[in-house]
Design a protein around this ligand. Structure first.
Ligand code: GLU
Length: 309
């Protein structure tokens, strides 16, 4: 595609990734995450991997993975190893959940959303509209033991220890702290329709791909403490985190496929370069020292040199 003279250095050990959910083509917000993670990897002589997070099959759009890959390549963002698709990795997630089960950390839950809402209402707890309900532990057994987890017996939840405060450092936002019981409660690792959740799959796959640095949008910041807790339970090393500023629309809302953000235009190199420049601006990359008629490769090289987080 493009001849990008930014070789990865074997000594670096840096392994980063971009992990889009194929619910639609890349939009301005997802390009920022792709570009930021690519630049961070290249700056540090590392590798940049691509993982398609197509676990939530009902939300995935057929062909969106291919379109995302085409868009990335048009922007000169080439991945360094084979792409993995989460939909092909159910057995791996099953094995990881069995490890948690054997450690007496899982229990099955048959509550519907409505039942949870009713229980919380009886306890006088109201959940703000944009937040997930904190599970009132209705199905949690007094004493946790490994369970026989069968195919269709409801959701599987992770039993959190009582006082669990996760602290980590974000490279942009500094020290972060989350009390998992207060912020999220016993969260679901496998839904009652049998699908493993993002929280489990992302942790298992980041470890399987040896990811050392996670660079992604700030909208995912509130998930990080859950993921660090799972890493501890599964005996994985925690990567370093950098959460990038979000691209907001004119109403101050995060751009997302749900808000029907429009796809970036990458039909020709000029369009792709325009999109890269816009994404770069969100990342503080303005007025790079490149010629007015610079190619994508030249712009990416200048952006890599200028990258500093
Ligand atoms: N698949 C997630 C998304 O598209 C990103 C996961 C991650 O970077 O951890 O929002």
């Amino acid at each position: 595609m493009y001849d990008l003279k930014i070789p990865s250095s074997p000594a670096s050990g840096y392994r980063g990734r971009f992990a889009p959910s194929p619910t639609g083509p890349l939009h301005a917000g997802s390009l920022v995450a792709a570009l930021g993670s690519w630049l961070d990897a290249k700056k540090q002589g590392g590798k940049w991997l691509l993982r398609i997070e197509d676990l939530d099959t009902p939300r995935c759009v057929r062909g969106a993975d291919q379109e995302i890959m085409r868009q990335l390549l048009s922007c000169g963002l080439q991945w360094d190893e084979e792409v993995i698709w989460q939909s092909e990795r159910q057995d791996t997630y099953q094995k990881a959940s069995e490890v948690l089960n054997q450690a007496s950390r899982l229990y099955s839950c048959s509550c519907s959303r409505q039942m949870i809402a009713n229980t919380l209402a009886q306890q006088g707890i109201t959940t703000p509209r944009n937040q997930d309900m904190i599970y009132p532990k209705t199905c949690r057994p007094e004493i946790l033991r490994p369970q026989v987890l069968l195919g269709n017996q409801g959701a599987w939840r992770l039993a959190l220890p009582d006082a669990l405060i996760i602290e980590f450092s974000d490279r942009r936002l500094g020290t972060q702290k989350q009390n998992l019981n207060e912020a999220v409660g016993d969260f679901v690792l496998r839904r009652n329709d049998g699908l493993f959740t993002y929280q489990l799959a992302v942790v298992v796959d980041d470890a399987a791909q040896g990811i050392t640095h996670i660079v992604r949008g700030e909208d995912l910041l509130s998930n990080t403490a859950r993921q660090i807790h799972l890493q501890h339970l599964l005996g994985y090393r925690s990567p370093q985190y950098l959460h990038l500023p979000l691209v907001l629309d004119e109403y101050g809302e995060k751009l997302s496929k749900q808000t029907l953000a429009t796809a970036i235009h990458t039909r020709n190199p000029q369009q792709a370069l325009m999109e890269l420049k816009k994404a770069g601006e969100y990342l503080g990359l303005k007025n790079l020292p490149v010629a007015a008629n610079a190619s994508i490769a030249e712009w990416l090289l200048a952006a890599t040199r200028a990258w500093q987080y």
